[in-house]
Design a protein around this ligand. Structure first.
Ligand SMILES: *Cc1c(COP(=O)(O)O)cnc(C)c1O
Length: 244
């Protein structure tokens, strides 16, 4: 077995054990393999090993790899910060943008999709997650908690964006247990939005409003699963340490 296959089995086992501890069904948790800095052949190998969701953090990098993987039927997700001036390209390249953090960016993505739809490209909607800034670090991205409800309401009015949930990137701690309050904060922010906006946007199956919580990376995804993650973003635990 290749190292990647072994690593993948280990990650899936860690996911299953964390889910069991939390009394959750491990099938409700999606593994998003973070393939930034990895070449197309490695991504293809992960696909053959069963991975169906991939996360990339830069538009340009994915643009350069995409052609070599056009036959691979996977879900490609942008998990890194997106500048408004690259929104149009991102809208065409990804199935979802998981780092939406402003109304302006959401509007740019929506209008890009509107244009693509009218050109008959076949693509009429884009999945989005809203990134909440849970970290006190200045450099970290995401919308501030006080601005979150307004952003959610704005995204819900944009017909080409399909709002699926929330995402966060806590600060790095050697002890993953220290990330727990940040993961909990994302879940509680989602629960608060559900009770504030739920009645307004209630429809059959309304309990799935903001169903997705994307949180947890290689060193802390078990804690994230215990706190309700539905998508974990795992890079180095699958592909090995990044050199870049
Ligand atoms: C790189 C990255 C990850 C994966 O990090 P690992 O520690 O390699 O698992 C997850 N989320 C985001 C936003 C990233 O940029």
């Amino acid at each position: 077995m290749s190292e990647l296959v072994t690593n993948l089995a280990r990650v899936r086992e860690r996911m299953a054990r964390a889910a069991a501890r939390a009394g959750r069904n491990h099938e409700d948790i999606t593994l998003v393999a973070v393939s930034k800095t990895r070449p197309a052949e490695t991504i293809r190998e992960a696909y053959h090993a069963g991975v169906r969701h991939f996360g990339e953090n830069r538009v340009q990098e994915w643009e350069s790899k995409q052609a070599a993987l056009s036959d691979v039927d996977a879900t490609w997700q942008l998990i890194g910060h997106l500048q408004s001036n690259k929104a149009r390209r991102a809208a065409g390249l990804f199935h979802s943008v998981d780092s939406v953090d402003s109304v302006a960016l959401a509007q740019k993505l929506n209008s890009a999709l509107a244009d693509m739809a009218s050109e008959g490209s076949g693509k009429i909607s884009l999945g989005v997650l809203i990134e909440l800034r849970v970290s006190p670090e200045e450099t970290k991205t995401g919308v501030e908690e006080e601005d979150l409800p307004a952003l959610v309401e704005a995204v819900l009015t944009l017909p080409h964006l399909e709002l699926r949930g929330l995402m966060c990137v806590p600060p790095f701690f050697d002890d993953p247990e220290k990330a727990r309050p940040f993961f909990r904060r994302l879940r509680e922010a989602r629960d608060a939005l559900r009770s504030h906006l739920g009645s307004k946007f209630l429809r059959p199956g309304g309990e799935s409003f903001l169903a997705e919580l994307s949180m947890g990376m290689s060193h802390d995804f078990e804690v994230a699963i215990e706190e309700g993650a539905t998508q974990v973003r795992v890079g180095s635990a699958i592909f090995g340490a990044r050199t870049a």
